[in-house]
Design a protein around this ligand. Structure first.
Ligand SMILES: Cc1ncc(COP(=O)(O)O)c(C=O)c1O
Length: 281
């Protein structure tokens, strides 16, 4: 049974319990972070920590997230994941346990801190080359999608809509603009130029997104951070998702129509190869 971390203790997952008065349970009042580990080493932890700190500050939870580096490493070791090629550590911090009021507990209570680690299984290359299909869904999320909030109901409904349509993922569309996937950022290629939605309050500022933009720059692939209207997305040569537990995942069909020629394109392929080199370095 896996070992998880809860409020200072490492314990079997079956023994880890939180109160029904936890504000994460009652309100989805908290933030989370998922950090990858490659070859036993946390990858881009500084960036993940910075985003977690920004999220905590944005929702007014006072917690020293820097201490979590040690927790993450300990979880990897205790679960035998420090020797595997790829794993990830999930951590969530909620505002804590207090009688239910919409406003913050006053005085503040200790936040609830929960973390677990899991192995990451990358798809085999043959499967990756088949790509995935996607459906578009109206973006029904709140206007702070840049906060990695644990309240993910709109993302859950979007992912389920994809499952029910027999698709691999959903793409959020707000006011006619394709923004990102249900749990990933979105890239498109037009005539060799990579495009992705600019950072705003309407998307999560993905760490993988940043990495891919950096790598594309090194590879001489021009990148435009700009709005992609849905009609334009459906005419893209290539489309792919990015994310910590997605890495790079090509999309070969959107709403039943082929993307480009319906096969994984060269830009996604080259970027994925470069991405794998970067994380394995
Ligand atoms: C909505 C959304 N967008 C984008 C991402 C990708 O972010 P990252 O690359 O930091 O994992 C995620 C990851 O969970 C997400 O949930």
């Amino acid at each position: 049974m896996s070992v998880v971390y809860l409020n200072g203790d490492y314990l079997p997952v079956g023994d880890a319990t939180v109160s029904v008065n936890d504000r994460g349970f009652l309100f989805g009042d908290g933030v989370y972070e998922v950090t990858p580990s490659y070859g036993g080493r946390l990858f881009r932890w500084e960036q993940h920590l910075a985003r977690l700190k920004t999220g905590l500050a944005a929702i007014g939870i006072d917690f020293d997230a820097a201490a979590l580096e040690q927790v993450k490493e300990e979880l990897l070791a205790r679960n035998g994941l420090d020797g595997v090629p790829a794993a990830y550590v999930y951590v969530q911090v909620t505002r804590g346990t207090a009688p239910r009021t919409h406003w913050f507990p006053d005085p503040p209570v200790a936040p609830t801190v929960y973390a677990f680690a899991n192995r990451f299984m990358r798809p085999a290359m043959a499967e990756w080359r088949r790509g995935v299909s996607a459906v578009t869904v109206p973006d029904q999320r709140w206007a702070r999608a840049d906060i990695k909030a644990i309240a993910l109901l709109a993302n859950v409904l979007a992912a389920q809509a994809a499952v029910e349509a027999g698709a691999g993922n959903a793409i959020f569309v707000r006011d006619g603009i394709a923004l990102e996937g249900s749990h990933n950022n979105l890239f498109a290629v037009f005539g060799g130029v990579l495009a992705t939605a600019p950072k705003s309050n309407y998307i999560l500022h993905g760490i993988t997104r940043d990495l891919l933009i950096e790598l594309a720059g090194e590879m001489g692939i021009p990148v435009e951070e700009r709005a992609i209207p849905l009609p334009e997305l459906t005419r893209a040569d290539e489309v792919f998702f990015s994310g910590t537990t997605t890495e790079v995942r090509p999309v070969v069909e959107i709403d039943g129509r082929k993307v480009g020629d319906g096969r994984v394109g060269p830009v996604a392929q080259r970027l994925y190869e470069r991405f794998l080199e970067a994380v394995e370095a």
